[in-house]
Design a protein around this ligand. Structure first.
Ligand code: FAD
Length: 406
């Protein structure tokens, strides 16, 4: 009789595991059990409906640098299956990818439906059985495998792969099985400003900001920054929210965001302003153009620095230079909460990586039990890296099961 594999969760990790097992060992019976009545929900909404499948960064060391949680564990993982392998995998199965200037890779069709169709068609081609509305409620080890309890059904399988994403009930269930869980909390979010002093500038963005969190030593991220109606967004903020997800949670998302609006060097800026007091004494400060910011933001920062509309460089004085430099390089904004970024978020936390074998994605000490995807304590900044971790883990788990079962 053929051996059976039960995959719990019909998301990216679940489908990728199922298809790769079926391709590598067609003698196995593979079933995906999905708790809801829909498949690949996150794939469909991902990347604004375009699905940011992966990224051009493919060197395993460079790739691991995109993961606030999981970087050490992922090095041997990406040495086995990296972003180039993801691109090859999809291209060979009729889905060529295209690359954007920032390194993100999408299907050439620009539609997440292409990824959805690719995964569901391949699963069907390889006789993977898909059962919707089958929510796993418990699993227990039995001789040669696992007994699974769904809403109204119990089945047994030889191999069990958990791909349930950030499902709280599965975290609780795993806790009862002595599988260590790092407490889950959100990552990839935007900041809500308390008494938003810049609300009138909502929509204004800067290309080269650097931001830091006053309460967290050495915290700093660079990149575009957007002032929103609620507070701040765009890559600089999203990245710092991911790298300090745990610390920000401990601060209850109440902290001081320090903004350098142009990644300026404060010392050089002070010297430049000093030189203007001699070189261009009669020029109005507000007319200065080389700041690289939008006019509205520049005028606002001049007001923050208490400069009058007609103040010229000869009148600025030492204190005025100090205030203007601070407004440009160390603008402080009180943050009192978080919000989502284009509805995109990931969960930091999940199965503790010390119990996962990176060569097989097998859970240590649990016979024939595997896990892949967001259920593990792995998460990344935006750019296709979260899917990449899911593809890599799922491929390695599948290869291990396919080989082991032969
Ligand atoms: C709006 C949005 C956009 C995103 N865009 C991108 C992007 O462009 N690029 C990128 O890299 N990442 C993106 N991400 C993150 C990415 O979607 C996830 O990292 C990825 O989907 C994780 O895949 P997964 O299979 O592990 O989990 P999921 O996709 O969450 O799938 C888990 C599945 O398991 C099912 N399940 C849960 N519990 C049970 C149970 N007890 N029994 C049976 N089934 C169960 C769930 O219903 C679900 O279908 C985005 C996330 C969001 C929310």
């Amino acid at each position: 009789m053929s051996k059976s594999v039960a995959i719990i969760g019909g998301g990216a990790a679940g489908f990728f595991t199922a298809i790769n097992i079926a391709e590598q060992n067609p003698n196995l019976d593979v079933t995906i059990y999905e708790g809801s009545n829909k498949l690949l929900t996150k794939v469909l909404v991902s990347g604004g409906g375009r699905c940011n499948v992966t990224n051009t960064i493919s060197d395993p060391i460079e790739l691991t640098k995109q993961y606030p949680r999981g970087h050490d564990f992922l090095l041997p993982v990406f040495e086995q299956f990296t972003s180039d392998d993801t691109e090859r995998w999809f291209t060979e199965r009729g889905v060529p990818l295209k690359c954007e200037d920032d390194g993100r890779k999408f299907p050439k069709t620009n539609s997440s439906h292409t990824i959805f169709n690719c995964l569901t068609n391949l699963a069907s081609k390889h006789n993977v059985v898909v059962k919707l509305s089958h929510r796993l409620e418990n699993f227990t080890h039995v001789e040669h495998g696992w007994q699974l309890e769904f809403n109204r059904l119990a089945v047994t399988c030889d191999y069990l792969v958990l791909c349930t994403g950030s499902s709280p009930s599965i975290y609780n269930l795993l806790g009862t099985k002595d599988i260590e869980i790092v407490p889950p909390l959100p990552s990839l979010f935007t900041f809500k400003a308390k008494d938003h002093s810049l609300v009138d500038l909502a929509g204004v963005s800067v290309e080269k900001s650097s931001v830091s969190i006053k309460e967290i030593k050495n915290s700093s991220e660079n990149g575009p920054l957007l002032i929103t109606h609620l507070g701040y967004s765009a890559p600089a903020v999203i990245k710092i929210s991911a790298w300090y997800a745990r610390e920000l949670s401990q601060l209850d998302y109440r902290f001081t965001l320090v903004i350098n609006w142009g990644s300026y060097d404060a010392h050089m800026l002070r010297e430049l302003f000093k030189s203007y007091t001699v070189d261009r004494p009669k020029e109005r400060i507000m007319s200065w153009k080389e700041h690289g910011l939008s006019k509205r933001l520049w005028l606002h920062l001049c007001q923050v620095a208490e400069l009058k509309e007609y103040t010229n460089w000869s009148e600025i004085g030492k204190k005025g230079i100090q205030r203007l430099t601070s407004a440009l390089c160390q603008f402080e904004s009180q943050i009192a909460g978080k919000s989502t970024f284009k509805e995109e978020f990931v969960t930091a936390g999940g199965i503790d990586l010390s119990v996962v074998e990176p060569d097989s994605f097998k859970i240590k000490g649990q016979p024939n039990l595997y896990a892949a995807g967001e259920l593990l304590n792995i998460d990344a900044v935006t750019g296709g890296f979260n899917f990449q971790a899911a593809w890599s883990g799922a491929f390695i788990a599948a290869r291990s099961i396919a080989l082991h079962s032969q």
